[in-house]
Design a protein around this ligand. Structure first.
Ligand SMILES: *Cc1c(COP(=O)(O)O)cnc(C)c1O
Length: 426
């Protein structure tokens, strides 16, 4: 079948040897998925999920039973008092903006203690001046970078927290930076540290790409809010839109007034028939995330053995599903993305081209052939056309598809003679 799909014997032979060496890692990932599958199932049974909860509501969406139960299931899965999970939350950035803008008031200060936040948050916060930013509403921002080793800088955090500090933000995933991703245990230490300085500081964790990678979530360590996108891990590839915030009753109440309007809060918001996909996607999410994680580890080990820089490396523990591979030359990055595109179930016949995209200072190439537009729990890759010509790879709704994607990138680069399997480490 692989031959039929365009994979050469040489490519398969090389990749199979590496795959055989990963069985122990994969077994560990399966154990975590098994635990998280139980966690999600328990929350669904406890809340008596029933087919009545899959019914569509329209208009105001009053008494949307499915929506209420879904939010309680999320709260139980993340171990929080409450949650808000809505199709009206359009993406991760929107969810993060809601969490911040709903819980900060003019004169308040927020501090990011994990360094520079994800690109799109720069305009949300006003680090890059932007209309409607928190800065325009009088919210000030300070930042404490991680240490060179990628750890929290305890003394700087202590120094920076002031009486005006209302909220501390932590980003779990490295996103598109080269720092390591933070484990939930590390985040737990930071939450305890901040709460010891002042108990009433709200700690928000950008949880994007991290859900279900470990047994525990940052909320299990006392985060007041965990925030993410449903077209990443927790949507399980089935949610066609949406975002979530799980957290304290107070934080979620504030968010509900910001999302709809003061006085309306969680009572409105029709779900238009999407509840079933949200429930079913969450149900699948632990296994889907495990497949993506295996794909990332497989990619790291293969490209590391071929002599490329990979972050994280082949043996490091994993706290998110993103894999960076530095090719050093444009040809490598472009070939890799072509391979990912060729492996897609949708739009496999199109060729991705580098392109000047708004917000980036160099051309960017993107590969995705997804059922849901922009979904990055589905097989996808992208990277800016500038040194070190790194491809950021993530997703794959099944391990087999993630594997096939990587095989296709090898095929592409091997045919172009960018890589060879004779003496790869020399
Ligand atoms: C994806 C992501 C976001 C933003 O999510 P969008 O859905 O792209 O708006 C924010 N933070 C991190 C760490 C992310 O990975």
């Amino acid at each position: 079948m692989y031959q039929k799909l365009g994979i050469s014997k040489e490519v398969l032979h090389y990749a199979d040897k590496i795959e055989a060496s990963l069985q122990e890692r994969f077994a560990e990932i399966d154990k975590i998925a098994e635990y998280n599958q139980g966690k999600v199932l328990y929350a669904m049974q406890k809340n008596k999920v029933s087919d009545i909860h899959f019914a569509a509501t329209t208009g105001y969406g009053y008494n949307d039973l499915g929506r209420e139960v879904l939010e309680q299931v999320y709260a139980d899965v993340f171990g929080t008092e409450d949650a808000i999970v809505r199709p009206q939350i359009t993406c991760g950035t929107h969810a993060l903006h809601l969490a911040l803008s709903a819980n900060l008031r003019p004169g308040d200060e927020m501090i990011s203690i994990s360094g520079k936040p994800y690109d799109t948050l720069e305009e949300v916060i006003g680090i890059r001046p932007s209309k409607g930013s928190l800065a325009e509403y009088g919210v000030t921002y300070r930042q404490v970078d991680l240490t060179r080793e990628g750890c929290f800088d305890w003394s700087k955090i202590k120094e920076t927290i002031s009486p005006e500090t209302k909220l501390v933000a932590i980003q779990r995933s490295k996103g598109y930076q080269t720092r390591p991703t933070l484990s939930t245990e590390q985040i737990g230490d930071a939450i305890a540290f901040v709460k010891k300085i002042r108990k009433d500081i709200i700690v928000m964790v950008d949880n994007c790409y991290g859900e279900f990678v470990q047994k525990k979530e940052p909320s299990n360590f006392g985060a007041d809010m965990v925030v993410g996108s449903l077209i990443k891990n927790p949507g399980g590839g089935l949610a066609p839109i949406g975002g979530y915030i799980a957290g304290t009753r107070q934080c979620i109440e504030n968010i509900s007034y910001r999302l709809s309007a003061p006085g309306l809060g969680k009572e409105v918001g029709a779900t238009l028939g999407l509840n079933q996909s949200f429930f079913q996607g969450l149900f699948m999410a632990p296994v889907v995330t495990a497949g993506a994680l295996k794909g990332a580890i497989y990619a790291a080990n293969i490209y590391e053995s071929l002599g490329f820089d990979v972050i994280p490396n082949g043996t490091e523990p994993r706290y998110d599903i993103i894999q960076a591979i530095s090719f050093g030359k444009p040809q490598g990055l472009i070939g890799f993305c072509r391979g990912i595109q060729k492996a897609a179930p949708v739009d496999s016949y199109v060729e991705p081209e580098p392109w000047a995209m708004p917000g980036y200072d160099s051309d960017v190439i993107m590969a995705a052939g997804a059922f849901v537009q922009g979904s990055s729990i589905e097989l996808s890759a992208d990277g800016p056309l500038k040194p070190p010509y790194a491809a950021y790879f993530q997703g794959g709704l099944t391990w087999y598809h993630a594997k096939f994607g990587i095989l296709m990138t090898l095929e592409e680069l091997w045919r172009e003679k960018f890589i060879s399997f004779d003496n790869p480490l020399s």
